[in-house]
Ligand binder design. Sequence first.
Ligand code: TRP
Ligand code: SF4
Length: 341
Amino acid sequence: MQTVGERVLSGMQPSGALHLGNWQGALANWVRLQDQYRCFFMVADWHALTTRYQNTETLPELTREMVIDWLAAGLDPERAVIFCQSWVPAHAELALLLGMITPLGWLERVPSYKEKLRELAHREVHSYGFLGYPVLQTADIALYRARWVPVGQDQVPHVELSREVVRRFHALYGEGVLVEPEPLLTEANVLPGLDGRKMSKSYQNTLTLRESPEAVRSKVATMVTDPARVRRSDPGHPEVCPVFQLHRVFSAPDQVAEIDQACRTAAIGCVECKGRLAAAINRALDPLRERRAYWEAHGRSVGDILKAGSAAAQAEAAKTMEAVREAMSLSPQRLMGGDGG
Ligand code: TRP
Ligand code: SF4
């Protein structure tokens, strides 16, 4: 299904160890895409600074842990360009230029801007960089002429803004320099955490990808279930049970159907049901454990991978920047008598 030449770019802020929700929501999709397109996967460390500029000393470790999880999940530096935003300074140059043509009103209208501003009011995020978050994100995408941007629903307004900015660039300076990006939505399940709320690091209800088999078992054992099922003999309602939602993702379809039936008729108890879920999650995580062991024992270090990836990214970015400078009459040749004299 590969459309020759079409590119994919996505990024994640360095957030340390990833959890099952990050994996199923985004990372698993990245792994599939790396065989279908030329892919660029980026550690968005400058984006992290928009809200976390006070404690930058944690960034290297958060980056290292996250990238190891990318590799464990199956991202392959031989097949995709895995790089670090701040190591490719062209992101800053393009963000500056695109910032010149982005109306303030467009940025103030981005839904996540107003939301976050309210949410983080106490953290002094009312900065120039924070308002410019989507401009930087546009530069990330446009720099690689990426057509597809795999993101979750929450990021769609950002990609739409990126498309508007690219259109405006073309209207001002000529068509064909950049590529209008589109969100690539996967039908991603939002996974419930141990407490039944959305799985999220900030709720401390996660199962991480580096959980040991025993930890998976003991944490799953603490999960909330159908609150109406008090006694073992009470029939359950799988449709309201977070354990069942995870079964849907990690257990085989025939198993899911059987558990659905057995829960409704009280033929299975929650303890057994959770034991089966833990086993299914452990089976899904086993290949990640193997790849993690490989990268930790024999693989190149995360630093080496990001360095090589950033050099490859830089080479691509340089081509785009040359075209951008040319289109905006900023290239030195313009002052050197036409043919470069
Ligand atoms: N804003 C994205 C997030 O927080 C991360 C990101 C930065 C990104 N630059 C990007 C995603 C470019 C897609 C494309 O999840
Ligand atoms: Fe949930 Fe399974 Fe218990 Fe049913 S048996 S309530 S699906 S944990």
